[in-house]
Ligand binder design. Structure first.
Ligand SMILES: [Zn+2]
Length: 146
């Protein structure tokens, strides 16, 4: 699984919330924003560009709530965020040259065995813009050097 060069959206920020907010607080913030940006609640005389922006915003808010409003996905997201921070603070994660990974012709991916027995894999097209790849089994991350 590739983490990508692009950072995951900060869903807490989208809701104007904090990771430390309680579920009830998150819900309150979500409801307030959802109401504000709901397509059915918009004034008819809003400029087209502005209306479009508001729809985009509503979609984002909805997406944020799909992740943060569910205990399972919220936990997963929180862990992932923490993982991202760990990677940043921990310079000792392995750095691997792409040439050192093995090319898997069947799956069309570069692979590398992790010390946990799992695998790192990244497709050829992903290697262009992805530099961090995480193990499919544990939480270790390698950085691919070009
Ligand atoms: Zn592993």
């Amino acid at each position: 699984m590739a983490l990508g060069g692009v950072k995951q959206k900060d869903w807490y920020k989208v809701l104007g919330a904090q990771p430390s907010d309680s579920p009830a607080e998150l819900k309150r913030k979500y409801q307030k924003l959802a109401l504000l940006y709901h397509p059915d609640k918009q004034e008819a005389d809003v400029a087209a560009g502005e209306a479009e922006e508001r729809v985009q915003r509503f979609i984002e808010i909805d997406q944020a709530w799909k992740i943060l409003g569910n205990e399972e996905t919220k936990k997963e997201y929180d862990l992932q965020q923490r993982g991202d921070n760990l990677t940043k603070e921990w310079p000792l994660h392995e750095q691997i040259y792409l040439e050192d990974m093995s090319w898997n012709e069947d799956k069309q991916v570069y692979t590398l065995s992790c010390r946990c027995g799992g695998n790192y894999s990244v497709s050829r097209s992903e290697t262009k813009d992805v530099s961090l790849v995480c193990c499919d089994t544990c939480s270790l991350v390698i950085e691919i050097l070009h």
